[in-house]
Design a protein around this ligand. Structure first.
Ligand code: DP6
Length: 326
């Protein structure tokens, strides 16, 4: 009997961002990155390898996936088959609790959960470091979603040395994020293609790689010191530098909408009124506000001038991957 394995992985938001690869096959990043795993957004995926299947069958939130998205998952399953010696096709059932393709990094929790479920279902018993390395081959940000709390992905220089590890878990101090979920629009360009264009065409790219090193060092210190102001300030600057790369690419692109700028302005205004809050943005219009739990009510009330209450989702630090065999 083929066994079914289910894995649950949470998404993460980068505080020092990954934005560019130095090896697209091995998915090695240009620089290391640091993130916070969140409790509210996660993916649960079940995988069964079965000899009677004639192709991989991939179901996503109750629907068969488009050929393009299925191809990326099948390629990942090929890698798992190669590593394990498993020859059968797989049935994959995914429930995603992340707004997809809106800059809330659904590929992070998605490929982390897939790596956990597929590797175990194929007969591999990977430790968390090797699981992180495997998840990396699906999507860079998934490397970090194997772990809970604050996580660092070491860029490394080859397949063996590029993996994530915990910086702090559990998170024993008061830091949360409010996701401002904006109207879903078609992404101008995927994160994979966007970062590739930036590496190739932005004249500022070498400066990004250089400053990332300093940001990583300062961020590690700020997390160790449990210093919300420092964490927030470094994250905000780092995010804006990433988006400045996009504006300086050829052709230029950006992920902002008018609502994105409204949310950024609201956070800046709150801060000038003395509320300790900072924003970060990924490859989509949504804004994530870094703040203390004690301030979430004040911030939500202020933002409700512009947004509906259901657009404001409070998330706390979340756990690492869990894998169960049914
Ligand atoms: C802006 O992990 O989605 O969220 O590796 O090509 O799948 P691929 O890209 P992806 O990029 C995430 C970029 C980011 C920053 C980050 O999470 O570090």
């Amino acid at each position: 009997m083929a066994k079914t394995v289910t894995a649950k992985a949470h998404t993460n938001i980068a505080l020092v961002k990954y934005w560019g690869k130095k090896d697209a096959d091995l998915m090695l990043p240009q620089n290391g990155s640091i993130s916070l795993t969140l409790d509210h957004f996660y993916t649960q995926t079940s995988v069964t390898f079965a000899t009677q299947l004639t192709a991989d069958e991939i179901e996503f939130n109750g629907q068969r996936l488009t050929a393009q998205k299925a191809a990326r998952i099948s390629q990942f399953l090929d890698l798992v088959r190669q590593q394990s010696g498993q020859t059968a096709y797989a049935k994959v059932v995914t429930e995603n609790h992340v707004p997809t393709s809106a800059g809330l990094a659904s590929s992070a929790s998605g490929f982390a959960a897939l790596a956990g479920a597929a590797s175990r279902a194929a007969g591999l018993q990977l430790d968390l470091t090797d699981l992180s390395r495997l998840a990396r081959r699906g999507s860079g940000s998934a490397t970090r979603s194997i772990f809970g709390g604050f996580v660092e992905w070491h860029a490394g220089h080859d397949d063996a040395s590029s993996y994530a590890e915990v910086l702090q878990d559990p998170v024993d101090w008061d830091i949360q994020m409010i996701a401002v979920v904006l109207k879903a629009t078609q992404k101008p360009i995927s994160s994979t293609a966007g970062m590739a264009r930036v590496v190739q065409t932005s004249p500022y790219y070498p400066a990004w790689v250089q400053t990332a090193e300093a940001d990583l060092k300062r961020m590690r210190q700020a997390i160790a010191a449990r210093d919300l102001q420092q964490v927030g300030q470094i994250a905000e600057t780092n995010a804006m530098r990433m988006h400045a790369l996009n504006l300086s690419a050829e052709p230029a692109f950006n992920y902002f909408t008018a609502e994105t700028l409204t949310a950024i302005q609201a956070v800046t205004d709150l801060r000038s009124q003395g509320v300790n809050c900072y924003y970060t943005l990924d490859a989509g219009p949504n804004v994530k506000i870094i703040c203390a739990g004690q301030d979430t009510d004040v911030i939500k009330t202020a933002l409700q001038q512009y947004f509906e209450p259901e657009q404001l989702i409070v998330a706390k630090p979340g756990p690492g991957i869990t894998i169960t065999e049914n």
